[in-house]
Ligand binder design. Structure first.
Ligand code: HEM
Length: 220
């Protein structure tokens, strides 16, 4: 017998879905800005494997010569991204939802078992609450990434007024480095997250919209 269970509070659903276009806008406008000074590559020894971003990639997306537009969009949407993120963190704390979401010391051990179970190598699923331990690690990380993006962004936005913050990152160049690589990590998180959501299925996806989930009763 299936039953309906309450899963995601309304505030979490709103902030989650608002975050998606805001983060997309931050990444897009960041790419318009990065084009003006594209310094990062992946290297193995002295061999450059991949340069961010190849000319064909920029051209295909219409990125070149839009620095001013990129800066304006970035500096506008950053406040909305930060406000939504701050509201989310405050809500997590006040509602107690953080208990179900944040990683705990034993998460790393159990996350390995979650991965083995997902890969169909072991049969038993480790016990979990609202989220499994791989999700706890992923979601805690993405929240920390959001905070670091805002802080490193502020460090390169106002390196004179916020000189102390820029110094915490080891100077302007390192703050910029952190800011750029966090963006790449956001994109990787997004790809894995969407694949996991697709694997978890329609009922799970719908619960992030409706707040409730249809759950099958456990059968022995
Ligand atoms: C890059 C943008 C995104 C970020 C940073 C993000 C982050 C998160 C976080 C932190 C949670 C946990 C929320 C909580 O309970 O407090 C979550 C859950 C969820 N997200 Fe996303 N998300 C993003 C985009 C998406 C997209 C595009 C989809 C749809 C394909 C999606 C579908 C879901 C679903 C269904 C859950 C609930 C998972 C479950 O109940 O097991 N997310 N996401």
């Amino acid at each position: 017998m299936a039953r309906i269970e309450t899963k995601h509070p309304l505030a979490i659903r709103w902030m989650h879905w608002i975050n998606f276009p805001l983060l997309a806008m931050m990444i897009w406008s960041g790419m318009l800005v990065y084009w003006a000074n594209p310094v990062y590559s992946v290297w193995i020894g002295s061999c450059e494997l991949f340069h961010f971003f190849p000319v064909w990639f920029n051209d295909a997306l219409g990125i070149p010569y839009r620095l001013a537009e990129g800066l304006q969009l970035h500096f506008f949407f950053m406040w909305l991204f930060a406000a939504n993120g701050l509201a989310y963190v405050i809500y997590l704390i006040v509602s107690g939802e953080w208990r179900a979401l944040l990683l705990i010391p034993s998460s790393f051990k159990r996350a390995a078992r979650v991965a083995l179970h997902d890969a169909h190598i072991v049969k038993d699923k480790p016990p979990q609450g609202k989220y499994n331990d791989a999700q706890r690690i992923a979601y805690s990380s993405v929240i920390a990434m959001g905070m670091l993006s805002i802080l490193s962004g502020l460090a390169i936005y106002k390196p004179t007024q916020l000189a102390w913050l820029t110094a915490v990152f080891g100077g302007y160049e390192w703050a910029r480095w952190v800011h750029f690589w966090l963006t790449i990590l956001f994109v990787l998180f997004f790809v894995v997250h969407v694949i996991q959501v697709a694997i978890a299925g329609w009922r799970n996806f719908r619960s992030m919209i409706m707040g409730r989930e249809i759950v099958e009763a456990e059968t022995e």
